[in-house]
Design a protein around this ligand. Structure first.
Ligand code: PGA
Length: 255
């Protein structure tokens, strides 16, 4: 059975005091580790202190992005090994805010995913269609392209989690219905089967992201192909994030 995976993408939010309080608030609710995988993705400048705040917990630390080069004259960028040096185990790639806000194309993402995996980071690779693409009936074509551009036989899938994040649901309060999420996830799994094989398709985890909250998390994660959630806004509040984790625990028991 695929273990549920709840990740919090803090984006460009929180100062040091707020971040410490958030981690403290989450940890205090789980004196023993819940039976799901957890990760937080703070802004770069908070990574070292958050590694300290997370010491002794099973919550993984991750970066929101990184470059593909090891080092050098790349002002403003950081490398996968620099992330690892702070204590990170994971990185997010292909988030819609990077694709659409910063214009990152598939070929760049492929290099970044390769570099991150090569340097021993786990990757959450985000894919998802815009509202126009959905309304034009292009959802599956877009997902297939975003998978094809980055994943294939030359990329080992073991350390990759996919995140289906419909762009129209991110930060809008408009969550995909659990049926819409399930449909997209089942399609993504089929595409993984085509690019890899049946057993990879069955083992790879696919998170849903886009306006996930404590009150919709359980239902989303109860869908057969929804293996967790990537949470933005609601990961900034301890009570909400704890509620989402509890939703994952309940949903794990339902399957
Ligand atoms: P949201 O963001 O939960 O605030 O919609 C999700 C994401 O961007 O990963």
């Amino acid at each position: 059975m695929r273990r549920k995976y709840v990740a919090g993408n803090w984006k460009m939010n929180l100062n040091l005091a707020e971040a410490r309080e958030l981690i403290e608030g989450i940890r205090s609710k789980f004196p023993s580790a819940p039976p799901v995988d957890l990760a937080v993705f703070p802004p770069y400048v908070l990574l070292f202190p958050m590694a300290k705040a997370l010491a002794g917990s099973t919550i993984k630390l991750g970066g929101q992005n990184c470059y593909f080069e090891l080092k050098g004259a790349f002002t403003g960028e950081i490398s996968p090994l620099m992330l690892k040096d702070t204590g990170c185990q994971a990185v997010i790639m292909g988030h819609s805010e990077r694709r659409h806000g910063f214009g990152e194309p598939g070929e760049l993402l492929k290099k970044k995913v390769h570099a991150a995996l090569g340097d021993g980071l786990e990757v959450i690779y985000c894919i998802g269609e815009t509202l126009e693409e959905r309304e034009a009936g292009q959802t599956e074509a877009v997902l297939a392209r975003q998978i094809r551009e980055v994943l294939g036989p030359d990329v080992v899938l073991d350390n990759i989690t996919l995140a289906y994040e419909p762009v129209w649901a991110i930060g809008t309060g408009r969550t995909a219905t659990s049926a819409q999420a399930q449909e997209a996830h089942a399609f993504v799994r089929q595409e993984i089967e085509k690019r890899y094989n049946g057993s990879s398709a069955q083992t790879v985890r696919i998170q849903y992201g886009g306006s996930v909250k404590a009150d919709n998390a359980r239902e989303l994660m109860s869908q057969p192909d929804v293996d967790g959630v990537l949470v933005g806004g609601a990961s900034l509040k301890a009570d909400e994030f704890v509620g989402i984790i509890n939703g994952a625990v309940v949903a794990s028991g339902l399957k």
